[in-house]
Design a protein around this ligand. Structure first.
Ligand code: SF4
Ligand code: SF4
Length: 365
């Protein structure tokens, strides 16, 4: 058996050795709950990474599948008493798998599309062209993200409408994909960094001082990852953070609601209060928290490239999250990707609504 080249995993050789196999991570791992197979839990993924690193196991289909059914939700990292950064290990392991030619065909198609079209959906044209808006110079820039621009334009239109209603000097920024999907999949960093620099250059050119984003994945990318590779000449805010600072006069809404923390907004970027503070501004809304919230919020199952490559597993994770929402008429969240996956997990004929916070605020403003 030829040992796989593991330049990326080498960086975490020590980390893959400190797992004590306590299994605490298994108790929270959403993919383990969906797949019920030990290698699909955080602990299993650390063992597989170690096996690849030392050359004890081959990168066969089952290993690839178990490394790629991780949603990068980070709940295991929160739970781990030994502080094992499972997400970092999984992403470096993916980078090594890709380098050795083990890329899933669905992920290869996504990457090819990002490189060719600037979006992962094989759609022609840019985000601004798709949304039919003219970018200009303004103090506040809105980055729709590929999901809102190409799949849920109602979210992007709601964000633009809010900025207009609030008389904010704003523009949509003329950017390509934020690069998150390529980074989560393990594609080579040079391409990701090139996109990062191009996007920051384009935003800078439009004179933007504050960038607002409605997608949790794109937000995390700009807030946490971009500064690792380039200087950021503007402030980065999630739409919920921006809205929390505004004097919103919202119409009342008689309904029972709850809030789902997107992993990339919550655990990854620590934004928990802002969306809740915006929801509090809705008169007459009866708000109740789910059982697992904030840093313990359970994943919707849509992230980490799982939805595109393993939709059935993604759906099971969404169904598990939705079990916590029995009391609510509306499940509010703050990411178009979570909206899409929670809707995917909703039983047929359900009367419950999964609403993006940006859309809901626009309706009531
Ligand atoms: S990041 Fe989430 S899905 Fe991945 S191993 Fe950890 S708990 Fe499981
Ligand atoms: S919680 Fe941490 S130490 Fe325990 S099994 Fe999981 S990764 Fe290993």
């Amino acid at each position: 058996m030829e040992k796989m080249r593991t330049e990326n995993l080498e960086k975490v050789r020590q980390a893959v050795n400190v797992c004590t196999m306590c299994g605490f991570c298994k108790s929270v791992c959403p993919s383990f709950k969906a797949i019920r197979w030990d290698p699909s839990a955080a602990r299993g993924r650390v063992i597989l990474s170690y096996g690849l690193l030392v050359g004890d196991i081959p990168a066969d289909d089952s290993v690839v599948e178990n490394i790629y059914t991780c949603t990068t939700c980070m709940d295991c990292v929160r739970r781990c008493p030994s502080k094992v950064d499972v997400v970092e290990i999984v992403e470096l392991c993916r980078a090594d798998l890709v380098k050795n030619g083990h890329i899933l065909p669905k992920h290869k198609a996504v990457v090819d599309s990002v490189l060719k079209n600037g979006n992962p959906y094989n759609e022609k044209g840019t985000m601004v062209q798709r949304l039919n808006v003219k970018p200009k110079n303004a103090k506040v820039g809105y980055f729709p993200g590929c999901s809102a621009a190409f799949r849920t334009p109602e979210t992007a239109n709601a964000a633009m409408s809010i900025l207009k209603k609030l008389n904010v000097d704003s523009t949509v920024v003329d950017c390509k994909c934020c690069g998150s999907v390529m980074q989560r999949i393990g594609w080579n960093n040079d391409d990701v960094v090139k996109m990062i620099k191009e996007n920051v250059g384009a935003i800078k050119k439009q004179g933007v001082e504050t960038l607002v984003l409605s997608c949790a994945g794109c937000f995390r990318m700009f807030k946490e990852e971009y500064p690792k590779f380039t200087e950021m000449p503007f402030k980065v805010l999630h739409m919920s953070e921006f809205l929390a600072t505004q004097d919103l006069k919202l119409k009342p809404l008689k309904a029972k609601a709850t809030y789902h923390d997107p992993c990339h907004l919550g655990r990854h970027a620590k934004v928990y209060d802002a969306p809740r503070n915006v929801i509090k501004k809705i008169p007459e809304l009866e708000f109740k928290e789910m059982a697992n919230i904030r840093d313990q919020g359970r994943c919707c199952g849509g992230g980490g490239g799982v939805r595109s490559a393993y939709p059935e597993e993604s759906k099971k994770m969404a169904e598990a999250r939705l079990e916590e929402t029995a009391f609510a008429d509306i499940i509010i969240t703050a990411c178009p990707f979570c909206v899409s996956n929670l809707r995917f997990g909703m039983p047929d004929g359900s009367k419950k609504r999964v609403a993006d916070l940006t859309e809901l605020v626009n309706e009531l403003l």
